[in-house]
Design a protein around this ligand. Structure first.
Ligand SMILES: [Cu+2]
Length: 123
């Protein structure tokens, strides 16, 4: 008589626990620092690949450390309507919610020839 009740209590705890975990994942946040550098003549944001789970609140600190002119570079994720211009010596922080899954290009909208990166949002 007691066993089914114990089993029910255990299952309830497990199910509730899983739901709490799910809520936590949905409310997760990630902070990145991404730096624009020049390496053997190529300019790029590094790290070039940012990976987060869908639903994550993403904060990216952008630092333009390219020593050569021009002193401004872009950081754009067109799929997320993000397009910032970052001046050398003036770091900028952007924030957005990664609310759609997929692989989205990251580019310098001012100089399309620069090495691009990608935002990977896992479902
Ligand atoms: Cu650029």
């Amino acid at each position: 008589m007691r066993q089914p009740l114990v089993r029910f209590a255990l299952v309830t705890v497990l199910v509730l626990g899983a739901r709490v975990g799910l809520v936590r994942a949905e409310n997760a946040s990630m902070n990145f620092t991404v730096v624009n550098v020049e390496y053997e003549g190529s300019k790029m944001w590094t790290p070039g690949t940012l990976v987060v789970k869908k639903g994550t609140q993403v904060k990216v600190k952008l630092v333009n450390n390219v020593p050569s002119d021009p002193n401004q570079h872009g950081f754009a994720i067109p799929a997320y309507n993000i397009a910032e211009v970052v001046t050398r010596g003036e770091p900028k922080t952007i924030e957005f919610k990664a609310d759609k899954a997929g692989v989205f290009p990251i580019i310098c909208q001012l100089h399309p020839a620069h090495v691009g990166g990608e935002l990977v949002v896992l479902p």
